[in-house]
Design a protein around this ligand. Structure first.
Ligand code: FES
Length: 56
């Protein structure tokens, strides 16, 4: 599923970023580019990031 339409970032890409070592929403943003444009995806991106980190 696309989380960020502006940058074409999927929930899978966010999970991958966490499994590649991202430990915060800021780091996920740096790795994926998520929320770099309109920012509408920030809430969902952040929540997927938190969930994924909590599961690891
Ligand atoms: Fe992610 Fe616009 S949908 S920056």
């Amino acid at each position: 599923m696309y989380v960020c339409l502006c940058k074409g970032v999927t929930d899978r890409a966010i999970r991958q970023a966490v499994s590649d070592g991202a430990r915060s929403w800021r780091e996920v943003r740096e790795q994926t580019g998520c929320a770099d444009q309109c920012g509408k995806c920030a809430g969902m991106g952040k929540s997927i990031t938190r969930d994924t980190i909590a599961r690891e």
